[in-house]
Write a protein that binds this ligand. Structure first.
Ligand SMILES: [Zn+2]
Length: 300
């Protein structure tokens, strides 16, 4: 696709929680980093404070732990990480939240300040029978609602009360892709699949940083078939099983680890050729890319 003026490929991953990135796109980020080196800039934006998801710690303790776990993962993966904040400086609360004007404004500012080529976010549920995580659904809906406004410079007033800029700069709207969502297991679809098997050990190490999730909360809440791993090697076995389960669901080869993405028309509509050229390690299925190209042509 058209590169940024400085030739970097900039990708923004926007999701609800600390740890979502590791289960959706960490391998794809690493493949980009290995392929492009300093010409890849990846940023992870987490939209909630992470305070709700633990059974023993207080809300404040949980939020503090989760923030440190994500920072440790970011150091391993060499990606930028930031926490979405309201105007008052506080992050948005985790759990059962809905789209608000404050959330749309905060996302609008973050996207405009980073100017990504690609924005990756959770999908909207397409099957009314599918389960959902309310925060994932909220982030997906917010991104869809804010997408058109990315290049609308006066969509939200300046927080300082300054007058509207009479000569605003034109801003590129990114291509927006949806991730796989384990909460909608059985109802997931995708357009492109990235072979992240070469990055499996890093994905395991990054997700292992989220100890309070994978060894405490997720086994306790019992919705994810995650046993308590005693060490990193055991966690790798659990993670491998998870990748195999997803591959079976998506009819992909189960001997590799895949991260999958659906293309939306929420933002700029790409061509299949652009996607094939920008994404590393795509699954070889020219029929799928041909079908995707036909849909993208209709959209554009
Ligand atoms: Zn999540």
């Amino acid at each position: 696709m058209e590169s940024a003026p400085d030739n970097r490929l900039k990708v923004l991953h926007v999701h609800a929680h600390f740890d979502d990135f590791e289960f959706c796109a960490a391998g794809t980020f690493e493949r980009w980093r290995l392929d492009r080196g300093p010409l890849f800039q990846g940023r992870v934006l987490v939209c909630t404070d992470g305070r709700a998801g633990h059974h023993r710690h207080s809300r404040l303790e949980t939020g503090t732990i989760r923030l440190a776990e994500q920072a440790a993962s970011a150091a391993l993966g060499n990606y930028e990480f930031s926490l979405l904040r309201q105007r008052c400086g506080e992050p948005f609360a985790e759990g059962c939240r809905v789209v608000t004007p404050e959330l749309l404004e905060a996302l609008w500012r973050e996207i405009r300040s980073f100017e990504p080529d690609y924005l990756i976010c959770p999908p909207l549920p397409s099957d009314p029978a599918a389960g959902v995580h309310p925060d994932h659904w909220t982030v997906a809906e917010a991104i869809r609602r804010v997408a058109y406004m990315i290049n609308v410079p006066h969509a939200f007033p300046d927080p300082s009360g300054a007058p509207d800029d009479p000569n605003p700069r034109w801003l590129k709207t990114p291509v927006i892709l949806n991730t796989y969502d384990a909460y909608q297991a059985g109802a997931n679809a995708f357009d492109i699949a990235v072979d992240v098997d070469p990055c499996f050990d890093l994905i395991a190490a990054e997700s292992w940083c989220h100890q309070s999730q994978i060894r405490e909360w997720l086994p306790w809440v019992g919705r994810h078939s995650i046993p308590v791993a005693a060490n990193l090697d055991e966690w790798k076995q659990t993670l491998r099983t998870r990748f195999q389960r997803q591959a079976r669901e998506l009819l992909l080869p189960t001997d590799r680890a895949w991260e999958v993405f659906g293309i939306t028309a929420w933002g700029t509509v790409p061509t299949a050729f652009q996607l094939a050229s920008d994404f590393p390690g795509l699954a070889e299925d020219s029929g799928r890319l041909d079908r995707l190209e036909a849909r993208l042509l209709r959209w554009s």
